[in-house]
Design a protein around this ligand. Structure first.
Ligand SMILES: [Zn+2]
Length: 88
């Protein structure tokens, strides 16, 4: 169904389509151009998504921060926040 697909987002690491609540949203603020973890969905801008699973988070931590993923930079601040989301 079309409507079903519309509400899902794709993880940039594993490529799976998931519900938004199963994903971590990283948004690049359209004003400051700084990417942040968008936990309360208050930031407007280009977003990428990562599964809330250790597997995908760990791979995201290894992303070269000089390379933007879909024009969103996964910088030190993002990695720190992601690291804190790892379930130990
Ligand atoms: Zn994933």
């Amino acid at each position: 169904m079309k409507s079903e697909k519309k509400n899902k987002r794709q993880c940039i690491i594993c490529g799976e389509l998931k519900e938004k609540n199963e994903l971590i949203r990283i948004t690049q603020d359209y004003k400051s151009k700084e990417a942040k973890l968008n936990t309360d969905n208050k930031i407007q801008g280009r977003s990428v998504y990562i599964c809330k699973e250790n597997n995908c988070i760990e791979k995201a931590l290894k992303i070269n921060e000089k390379k933007a993923v879909k024009k969103v930079k996964i910088g030190e601040n993002i990695k720190e926040a992601l690291y804190n989301l790892l379930q130990k």
